[in-house]
Design a protein. Sequence first.
Length: 242
Amino acid sequence: MASNMASKKDIRLITFDLDNTLWDVEPIVARAEKTMRDWIRAEHPGFVARFDFREFSRLRHAVVTERHDIAHDLTALRTEVLRRAFVEGGYTASEAEVAAVNAFDVFYAGRNTVEYFPGALEALTVLGRDFRLCALSNGNADIQRVGLGHLFSGHFSAASVGAAKPDPRIYLAALAASGVTPAQAIHVGDHPEQDIAAAAGVGMRTVWVNFTDQVWPDLPPADAEITGFDELVPVIRRLAGV
């Protein structure tokens, strides 16, 4: 158990990771990527004739290596990769800028078409009646476009904060904006280091989302573990003492 001596009845804020906590992100990104590439093939056939899509991985590595200022910002990173690709495919700088933004928009529409884990929205709806809910994510999902805007009072991403989890700044920003102390908050997430250890490190209680029967690594354990969203509401109520 993570140590926390504050009264359980003080819990006011529940923060949630998004990708792989509320939905399985890998198939979402794969579909969005395919849709974007199909769009590029249809709208930019001349580019496709001059550029091998397999080069995207090389360009991404180059951008991550060279552009530390945007390595945590998945929107800026992907857009820059696309821009460089269009330049390599023979586009002028201005043409590449426009094409990259348009291609990213196609990708982003698919990236925000999510399928929630069973019971996720129901659990969020119930918890939202008693607690303030906030999203904390390294990813670039849009909480309005995925249908969470009415449930979450805030969304702190790696891009908006300027640092990715496990950096504590993303947690501290959410706590400050919500006007609560770490002892008054619980974080729910799937990643042992980025979610559980990082949140515990600033003094929050934690719930580990383990839907794939993962083995816990050599870290202090979470305050609770769930294997399905039907377990979340009673676990939160127990931790909050309500």
